[in-house]
Design a binder for this molecule. Structure first.
Ligand SMILES: [Zn+2]
Length: 586
């Protein structure tokens, strides 16, 4: 069917040289698919072809493509999808004559749509979109905290069939494509939940089944640095890890490490070397060996990531356990009487609550966390107690509990998470319980050039505090290390009772190297390391305290880190939507 539908560079398109991409074109697809690949393995082309094909076969379907940056999605839509549609031999069957050629939405004649969107700083843009198939590109650059929210765009029917009979779902739902970075990255997390298929190539000579992953045979399969016989389809670059005989990638097959998962979450690892246009091509193979042996051209990390399609190294923790223990100098958080005495004795010039509402979250286990913090006259902030609630979905109960805590400590304000429609509702619940609106400090993460910026009320929006997530957390980390932010006694007991402070260790600093854009720093939640709710609650309280008192302490070096140049901003999101909190009025 493919050669009938598509042309590539003037020739009919087939999978003859891209057979590893076959799992994308099966008639029955699992609801979840993850492709962990090197760069230049034709994944964008295969992805684009699959989208058009899927839309063509299923009328009135919306195939939604999400990438972190605007430039990613622009390139994908203009350089891959558009030419495939325009140069198709059956163009008139695919697209109507007068179809508007919109970069962010390409309509097929049968009522199906290919939609393109992006989410880097927030995911408000995807709201209102309804998807039948959701495809993530450059998944490694996406903030993992966004995925559960974006996944809600999937049509209700899909979620239902998944819930009732996950093994027999006939409709694909979510596809992820990405090149790995660190072991904490979202792509590796998703891969670890998948069936983890490797392209196994049997040796003609010794029958050994070669596994092209770095933990098994990949390095040996790449053969010697230089070779006498040039690389060709008959004498390919790949060799048997056991006996050194030539290996023919066309004789390989996908083998799942967890076969029982392949019908609900198929995972496929594609290193460059198994693609014919690398291992059967002399120039491409020579280049690959240069990357492998010359670290001036390519770092080891990049070789693992981009060539081998493997994660390498670990992300840098925002704060270490040692830093936290150092800063945990106050009495235990359970010493309520002491804390109240301190407040009465005038220890703080201001104090209040930071609340991160739970619910949702990557694995649905996110809980509400509350931090109670005070600002001393000398500028030091003390987080003297904290709470975690197990009923994040009972808004009324949560609001009344929050107010109980507020009354107990006679807190002067409540800084609350204001990052989505549910949280606007939670704010109104506090007011329903009689809490005055002017003592609530709603906090919204967004892109601003400072740590935090107060915004006055306008239209239906209440006054709120905009906070730059990456920069505020880097600021917090610096305060912790310099003991200007102090905590109750370290409360980690065991992995079963991790306490609250440990939440900070689930945050990692990540540096994204984005082509043509440069490095972008960000702070991500490593879900496998535990929850991060309490860290957000502390962040809200600290930002509210400093902003109520008109100044943030000098943050020195971090001021440059979170900065984006004009070009970076344009690449991420051409039109800034700071003020667009459309969800608020919904
Ligand atoms: Zn062999």
């Amino acid at each position: 069917m493919l050669p009938l539908l598509f042309n590539l560079n003037g020739k009919p398109l087939t999978l003859t040289d891209h057979f590893q991409m076959m799992p994308l074109f099966e008639t029955t697809l699992p609801p979840d698919i993850t492709f962990k690949t090197g760069r230049q393995v034709s994944k964008s082309m295969s992805n684009a072809v699959q989208s058009i094909l899927f839309g063509f076969i299923n009328p009135f379907h919306n195939i939604v493509h999400v990438a972190p940056l605007y430039v990613h999605i622009e390139r994908f839509s203009n350089d891959y999808v558009a030419p495939l549609l325009e140069h198709s031999p059956v163009r008139s069957c695919l697209i109507a004559k007068h179809t508007k050629k919109a970069m962010l939405q390409r309509a097929l004649k049968n009522g199906s749509n290919l939609t393109f969107t992006f989410a880097f700083h927030d995911c408000t843009r995807v709201r209102g979109i309804s998807a039948n198939l959701l495809k993530y590109d450059e998944y490694q650059d996406l903030d993992p905290a966004f995925e559960p929210i974006i996944n809600q765009t999937l049509a209700a029917g899909y979620m239902k069939s998944l819930a009732i009979n996950p093994d027999k779902a006939s409709q694909p739902g979510i596809m992820r494509f990405g090149t790995p970075l660190t072991f904490e990255n979202g792509l590796e997390q998703s891969w670890s939940r998948s069936s983890q298929a490797e392209w196994i190539i049997p040796c003609r000579s010794c029958k050994y089944e070669n596994v092209p992953s770095m933990s098994q045979d990949l390095d040996k399969m790449l053969g010697p640095k230089t070779r006498k016989v040039p690389v060709s389809p008959e004498t390919p670059g790949l060799v048997c890890a056991k006996c050194g005989h030539y290996l023919y990638t066309r004789e390989g097959r996908w083998v799942h490490l967890f076969p029982e998962r392949q019908h609900h979450h198929g995972g496929y690892h594609i290193p460059l070397c198994i693609m014919t246009f690398h291992c059967e091509n002399d120039a491409a193979w020579t280049k690959l060996q240069q990357y492998r042996f010359n670290q001036n051209i390519m770092s080891v990390a990049k070789f693992y990531n981009d060539i081998c399609g493997e994660s390498y190294d670990h992300g840098q923790k925002l704060v270490s356990v040692t830093d936290l223990k150092h800063a945990a100098v106050l009495p235990p958080r359970s010493a309520i009487k002491t804390h109240i005495q301190n407040i009465m004795a005038g220890r703080y010039i201001d104090h209040g609550l930071g609340v991160d509402w739970g619910g949702g979250g990557q694995d649905g286990t996110s809980k509400t966390a509350i931090a109670v913090a005070g600002l001393r006259a000398d500028g030091i902030v003390e987080v003297f107690t904290g709470f975690r609630s197990n009923t994040p979905n009972d808004y009324n109960l949560e609001a009344s509990r929050t107010l109980d805590i507020c009354n107990q400590f006679q807190a002067k304000f409540i800084a609350v998470d204001f990052n989505g429609p549910a949280n606007a509702l939670r704010r109104s619940k506090l007011m329903d319980h009689g809490y005055p609106a002017n003592k609530i400090a709603p906090i919204a993460y967004t892109v601003i050039k400072s740590i935090a910026k107060p915004v006055g009320a306008h239209k239906d929006m209440p006054a709120h505090l905009q906070v730059n997530k990456a920069r505020s957390f880097l600021f917090l980390a610096q305060l912790i290390r310099s003991l200007r932010l102090r905590f109750f006694a370290y409360d980690f007991l065991s992995s079963e009772e991790p306490g609250l402070l440990n939440d900070f260790t689930a945050l990692a600093e990540e540096k994204l190297e984005v082509k043509s854009v440069g490095d972008i720093h960000r702070v991500i939640h490593v879900a496998t390391a535990g929850p991060d709710d309490f860290a957000h609650a502390v962040n809200y309280a600290v930002c509210a305290l400093f902003s109520r008192h008109g100044s943030f302490p000098d943050a020195g070096s971090i001021m440059t880190i979170g900065d984006l140049s004009a070009d970076q901003q344009k690449a991420i999101e051409p039109a800034l939507r700071d003020k667009d909190f459309a969800w608020f009025t919904a």
